[in-house]
Design a protein around this ligand. Structure first.
Ligand code: NAD
Length: 333
């Protein structure tokens, strides 16, 4: 079946209307902000299981923004026309999805089914927020989109990785079989303001520990690598893919790879902290390496990250310093 072209909301209207599921989360809130800045209307759907209304509180008075508390695994109903559905609802940090394993599998499966159903009903463009975790502990490095991954389906992380892999298969089925203009973005580790200092992800954890003068807890010997991208670059890549109408999957991430130990020390230096490094046990199935091959994004979207990691770290540290109540104790700097 051919894929329907995506049109604009109302005949003759230039204003697009985008539904962002998980819009009150870290990435979702940045997407809502950017879409509004681009002149779009935004309907933000969230059940606040890992996000919070505070993340979009600054948008509530903006014309064209609506926040709706709803669980997308129950149903999704949005009145009126919709041009684009960005499906970002899902617990995303290992701490969150290990505490919410069933909810994670439900939002990745039933939630994705409902979000795709909305896109089909409205004739909207659809984008699934997938993840580099679909590559698991990769045996190919760096990871191109053609790599099928190395995931342990029955390990603790399987709830997240397999939910996303199911979501990808469902997205392609809706595209091929139902003609929905659907695409997939595989997002690599992203950081920036509005991450939760206690969400267990490496960068907010190191920043919180450094600001509190606590030991920086590095898993294993710290030689495992990640590639981290600042949120503004990610949002730009996501919107280029959304507006391209391409199916993907397309990797969006920063190919600059860094070891966890180097990252911890870098953050310590930037905060001026004197925290020690403490090595702790490595979680099961923790990937050893992670680096996106972004050839496809470069060639098809003309996109690559432009914010230096150090600049992104400085902005994120400044955000945590200006929100001491989030960090949980008086700041030492
Ligand atoms: P987040 O936890 O900050 O945001 C997820 C949002 O989804 C939260 O606001 C949460 O309340 C909401 N949500 C969860 N289940 C829901 C449900 N059933 N109904 C309605 N809302 C629900 O996480 P994030 O880092 O912003 O990640 C957003 C998306 O991007 C996720 O799908 C995640 O898998 C994907 N992703 C993120 C990263 C990253 O580095 N942040 C990397 C790869 C993929």
């Amino acid at each position: 079946m051919s894929v329907r072209p995506t049109g604009r909301t109302e005949k003759g209207s230039d204003v697009g209307r985008t539904v962002v599921t998980g819009g009150a989360g870290f990435l979702g809130s940045h997407l809502c902000e950017r879409l509004l800045a681009d002149g779009e209307e935004v309907v933000c759907l969230d059940n606040f299981v890992t996000g919070a209304p505070e993340n979009v509180a600054h948008l509530l008075e903006r014309p064209g923004f609506r926040l709706v508390r709803t669980d997308v695994t129950d149903y999704i109903h949005v009145a009126g026309a919709v041009d684009t559905v960005l499906h970002f609802a899902s617990p995303a940090s290992p701490i969150d999805y290990l505490q919410l394993p069933i909810e994670t599998m439900k939002v990745g499966s039933i939630g994705t089914l409902h979000a795709l159903g909305l896109a089909q009903e409205k004739g909207a463009r659809f984008l699934l927020a997938s993840t580099s975790e679909t590559y698991g502990d990769p045996k190919v490095h760096p990871q191109p989109e053609t790599y099928w991954g190395h995931v342990n389906p029955v390990g603790p992380r399987g709830v997240y990785d397999e939910a996303k892999r199911f979501g990808e298969a469902l997205t392609m089925a809706y595209r091929r079989h139902n003609g929905v203009n659907a695409g997939i973005v595989r997002i690599f580790n992203t950081f920036g303001p509005r991450m939760r200092p206690n969400d267990g992800r490496a960068i907010p954890t190191f920043i919180r520990q450094a600001l509190l003068g606590e030991p920086l807890t590095v898993a294993g010997d710290g030689s495992q690598t990640r590639s981290v991208i600042y949120v503004d670059d990610l949002v730009e890549g996501i919107l280029r893919l959304t507006r391209s109408g391409l199916d993907g999957p397309v990797n969006i991430g920063n190919p600059h790879e860094i070891s966890m130990l180097d990252l911890a020390v870098w953050i310590r230096d930037l905060t001026g902290s004197s925290s020690e490094v403490q090595f702790i046990e490595r979680p099961q199935d923790d990937p050893s390496v992670r680096q996106p091959d972004i050839t496809k994004a470069r060639e098809l979207l003309g996109w690559e990250p432009v914010v230096p990691v150090e600049e992104g770290l400085r902005r994120t540290i400044a955000y945590f310093q200006s929100h001491p109540e989030l960090v949980g104790a008086p700041l030492s700097t």
